[in-house]
Design a protein around this ligand. Sequence first.
Ligand code: UGA
Length: 488
Amino acid sequence: MSNVSRSVESDVEKPRIAVLGMGHVGLPTALGLAELGWEVLGADSNPETIATLKSGRSWFYEPGLEPLLKKHLETGSFTPTEDVDGAVAAAMILFVCVGTPQSENGKADLAQVETVARTVARNLNGYKLIVEKSTVPAVTAHWVKRTITRYARIAARAEGNSQAIPRFDVASSPEFLQEGRAVENFFKPDRVVIGVDSHVARELLESIYRPLNCPLVVTDLTTAELIKHAANAFLSTKISFINMVGDMCEAVGADVANVARGIGLDARIGTSFLNAGIGFGGYCFPKDLRAFAYLGEEHGVDCGLLREVERINQRRIAVFLRKIRKAVWILQGKTIGVLGLAFKPGTDDIREAPALRIVDALLKEGASVRLYDPEAMPNARQLLPEKAERVTYCQTAYDACAGAHALLLLTEWDEFRRLDLRRAHDLMEVPVLVDGRGVFDPATARKAGFEYQAMGRDSVGHHVEAVAEAKPSDSTERLPATGVSLAI
Ligand code: UGA
């Protein structure tokens, strides 16, 4: 056992952890670690974010997060701070959870990661383990190492210190949290990936993750980085694949929901991430897919598959708009009720939300919109302010239906699954329902009086009804060996 890990397990039994970046990954990670019994500093250079956290509120909606925040502010296990340098100096283990946005060409912009590396360099006052949690392209960890070494040496020289700089390790432990399920995902991960190149780093990270009782995948640094991009790219591919199949289903009169179930029950395929609809959005999939393709192309790898996944996803909006036009014909002057603005349920995040692209297109075509989302309306208002007669934010889902010529389902919140379709129908001017997420059962929607359209299952309701209505008649033959009726 190394000196550092020996000291970790003896006198300094629990080294302090600093989580750098209090965003959708950083905050759940920090609070999860606090719940596991660590003393955690939550650092972010944005004073407003820190002030909000100190008051016991999260600056974004995430189920289960605020109770944890309140709990650990009280226990003192979690301390928010805008003093990033101070947090780095005070902690031994640093989780890097800063943003890695995309630059113009799709490449990941790692400026914030470099800033963290330089902050570590000037506060390298003893052994530190720097853990990348942000999604970063392969070989970022090597750059982080070089940057810390370079700037720590410069800082030491400036102070007239000719001794060797303190030892540090860089590790990669990519995050797989899903927005809307981040707390649940933290405590029940399918696996934890640890990319390390030292025993100390491995021991420290294993001691953190051991209580989670999940498979640990221990790799080298670059492999761990690649696993994260590959996971997001694969999930995006599944979604675009089923969306392409959905288009085929529509063309030939099949039901994509049943195709998804039929293929998904094959354990090699799996049922999740096969919901056809208006496509994927959010801060992660679109940007990570582009960054992964960019990385591959930079290294001469043909990433045509990933590019096509993105193209299919972008075309979803046009496919959906065609469906709306087919249902209502002229959009100019029509009122459209919209249920759901967030990029997915369980979050107030509207970044790259397909719903917003659809609303934007409707407005451009001269329609008015009545919008409702259980959580995302404050964020949506900032991007798309209320405008008399054109853009109305509603108090309830039913309010969004009032006087509408069509109702669109764009985010599959549970609240919408429980919608009283008869009541919604009676409130509308024209009962057209276009379901962008395949939430409603076509037969139920039609029974409630709706003209119902969905992605990849348009003609299905009619087929199902046709089958249901085909009762055995007088002219029924029995299949001799089976007793099954054949209506002719
Ligand atoms: C995604 C990954 O699922 C996480 O594992 C990862 O940690 C995270 O990105 C990240 O890199 O930070 P997230 O973006 O929160 O998580 O949301 P997902 O649940 O993956 O959904 C992404 C998008 O795909 C949403 O717009 C959702 O509506 C869409 N989707 C998902 C579908 O259209 N169909 C599906 O079957 C599943």
